[in-house]
Design a protein around this ligand. Sequence first.
Ligand SMILES: NC(=O)c1ccc[n+]([C@@H]2O[C@H](COP(=O)([O-])OP(=O)(O)OC[C@H]3O[C@@H](n4cnc5c(N)ncnc54)[C@H](OP(=O)(O)O)[C@@H]3O)[C@@H](O)[C@H]2O)c1
Length: 306
Amino acid sequence: MIKSVLITGANGGLGKDTARQLALLDETERIYLGCRNEERAKAAKLSLEASTGKSIFEILLIDVSNLDSVRSAVNSLNEPIDALVMNAGGMGGKQFADKTVDGVIQICAINVLGHVVLAEELLKANKLTKVALYVGSEGARGVPAMFMKRPALKTSSVDEFASICDGSFFGEKIDGSAAYPHLKYVAALWMSSLARKYPEVRIVTMSPGSTSGTDAGKTLAPAMKFFFTVIGPKVLPLFGLMHKLELGAKRFVDGLNDESYKSGVFYGSEKSVLTGPLVDQATIFSDLNNVEYQDNANEAIHRFIN
Ligand SMILES: NC(=O)c1ccc[n+]([C@@H]2O[C@H](COP(=O)([O-])OP(=O)(O)OC[C@H]3O[C@@H](n4cnc5c(N)ncnc54)[C@H](OP(=O)(O)O)[C@@H]3O)[C@@H](O)[C@H]2O)c1
């Protein structure tokens, strides 16, 4: 039974709806809204209290792109939490390709590095007791229906994974739509590696599927933004390529509560779609099961953590 949970990126989109759905479960006693902006966090807390009738939300300031902020958020937790939802992320805005002080590109910092430090520091401090859920993306195994190729690595060595994190893998001009699925792939491999180190905690990667009603499309180039926010929500559901916010967030709620979702596995939609039943993504892209690749991705990420 999950009584307490920390959700990163909880002030909007999937994170906020996950908080709403969890608050409606009788057993939930405390939900930490992990947000980087205090004003947006306060607004989300008020709106969640109004929509659920519950006063169980607490704001935890955390910017996952800043490792000092992540560590101080971990320190400020006085009691262990049962569950962690590593949801903050996305395309990283206009500065997605800028390097952070840790030497990774910004889109890596928000989708990967900050959550690695968050989960590992919580686990080391015995502050996370039951489930860690990382929000992945089917992009990590390729989505032919959306013309997204699966990540194609030459060696899957530590060096190659590190080059994805620092952006050199992508050449001079980094394409965010290529960097994003590669980074979600690196994170899914890291999660499987982590799951082998902490067998007492269920460590699951879960994609929400392609989900409308979030702010994810807002930072895209105008044509893409128009497609994903205006045309997409009308047309894509007909092909099983988009569903509503409640269904995307429900996947995380199920991932936390249903123990049939196994540790070390990356769950997402079936091969040709981005909605519907969940399947182990390694049945589509077997590289995800490669233990050497998992450990190489883990080692590569740790090159950027001091
Ligand atoms: N929507 C989809 O179809 C889809 C599909 C696959 C995977 N996902 C994944 O689902 C997750 C949630 O996305 P969404 O669609 O709900 O997008 P969203 O509405 O844009 O929400 C993203 C959340 O992440 C927060 N965030 C971003 N950078 C942060 C940082 N450095 N520190 C702390 N919080 C930060 C944002 O906070 P601010 O308001 O402060 O920016 C916001 O609360 C992401 O990891 C995304 O990659 C989404």
